[in-house]
Design a protein around this ligand. Structure first.
Ligand SMILES: *[C@@H]1O[C@H](CO)[C@@H](O)[C@H](O)[C@H]1NC(C)=O
Length: 411
């Protein structure tokens, strides 16, 4: 054990990165140009020639060093450095090297045979009549335009990806291409990994997330905010509500809120609207917004919920967003993560007779009427409801307590 650690430390010390760009270096093998170089102190540089597959180069190099370093350690270090550097210098390097998704997983060849996949699953789920190639082509085009800072294209990409209700297969095909367009984009890395999980390729997904952490995109492979990751904030999936004294006041008002909700639901059964991001399968997931992040209160809803508003205001806490959220029996909200780790999410349980559970990070918990739970939804989470009756919670987001006041702005 001790010996291994020493060897690892030695390897870390030895490997010092210096990047040299091609063109100037003319002692390249025959007429091939060097795309980039990683200098390893005390050893020969690793040279990546144009047209090389970087994964093969690292593997070959490490095999040559086995008398000095264990292969696994050498590979681990150089894979981390190489994928990080290539990711950061993507625009200048990606066309010079032969790179596939595998580089950002664990350098095993990435094989995904769509036809094999279709054979192995129920075709009914795939939307047999549509032209998936065209769908993916359209979305990739929006994404390419969005990369040129075209805000409209980004909005269009988001609208269309929801409207089109991509199958899991289409998600794999879309995001594996998107990854090779923008390998440092949090959303793209996350979506590619989730798509892999959904088609039963979890091991590769986990390796992709681990590599993303090594590349500095996130701090933990299970915490993957998809649009903004703020480093340095205490990160844990579940928070202890004792650390947030205002929650006791909220729980004291839970009965009042529930009474008003049930009364309103009796008057207007279809007050809630469906979730639009296609995050769930089976059942039904609906919501009623009181306050959306970045916006003020929605007056027609606060008017309906005046007692609820009194309970909320009585807490003396600033809420970034507020909404009721209902799931029906049979609902599975599949694994996903929220947009940012700047916020924490609180659920005040109003209706739950049992059977619904939630995983945040690796730990499953449930809801109890009149009680609240608080968690960080930038961690991977999922919900399964196998009970008999609908479950309704009041969801409220607060700022992460360590986020400085000047950063408390919705993007
Ligand atoms: C599907 O779309 C692609 C790309 O737009 C096109 O090239 C192809 O011909 C289409 N296939 C069918 C069967 O319509």
């Amino acid at each position: 054990m001790c010996f291994c650690w020493l060897v690892m430390k030695a390897a870390e010390l030895f490997i010092v990165l210096i990047l040299l760009f091609a063109g100037s270096n003319s002692d390249a093998k025959k007429d091939k140009q060097i795309a980039f170089t990683i200098a390893v102190q005390g050893q020969d540089d690793i040279q990546f020639y144009e047209g090389d597959d970087p994964c093969k180069v690292i593997k070959k190099y490490c095999k040559g060093l086995t008398r000095l370093f264990p292969y696994e350690k050498c590979f681990e270090l150089l894979h981390a450095k190489t994928s990080t550097q290539i990711g950061q210098l993507w625009s200048s390097l990606h066309q010079k090297l032969k790179i596939n998704e595998g580089l950002f997983i664990k350098c095993d060849p990435f094989r995904f045979d769509a036809k094999e996949y279709i054979k192995s699953v129920d075709r009914a789920h795939l939307g047999t009549t549509r032209n998936s190639t065209a769908v993916i082509h359209e979305l990739l085009n929006h994404l390419k335009k969005a990369m040129q800072k075209d805000e409209r294209a980004l909005a269009l990409f988001n609208t269309r990806r929801n409207q089109l209700e991509l199958s899991d297969l289409e998600k794999v095909l879309l995001y594996r291409k998107a990854l090779l367009l923008i390998p440092t984009n949090l959303f793209v890395v996350d979506q590619f990994g989730l798509a892999l999980i959904f088609v039963d390729r979890e091991e590769e997904a986990r390796a992709l997330f681990a590599n993303a952490v090594v590349r500095g995109l996130w701090g933990n492979p299970l915490q993957r905010p998809v649009s903004k990751y703020v480093k340095g904030l205490t990160a844990k999936p579940w928070h202890d509500k004792k650390d947030y004294p205002f929650i006791a006041k909220l729980e004291a008002g839970a009965d009042e809120v529930k009474k008003e909700l049930l009364h309103n639901l009796k008057q207007k059964r279809h007050m809630f609207t469906g979730e639009t991001e296609n995050l769930h399968v089976g059942g039904e997931w609906t919501e009623l917004r009181i306050k959306s992040s970045g916006h003020g209160m929605i007056k027609k809803h606060t008017d309906l919920f005046s007692n609820t508003m009194k309970v909320i205001e009585g807490c003396g806490e600033e809420f970034v967003s507020i909404k009721f959220s209902a799931i029906q029996p049979g609902t599975h909200i599949r694994t996903h993560t929220g947009p940012s780790n700047e916020r924490l999410r609180l659920h005040l349980t109003l209706v739950h007779t049992g059977g619904a559970r939630i995983r945040v990070g690796t730990e499953w918990r449930t809801w109890e009427e009149g009680k609240a739970i608080i968690f960080d939804d930038s961690w991977e989470h999922e919900v399964i409801h196998t009970g008999e009756d609908m479950r309704v919670v009041l969801i409220m987001d607060i700022w992460h307590p360590e986020l400085p006041p000047e950063s408390r702005v919705v993007h």
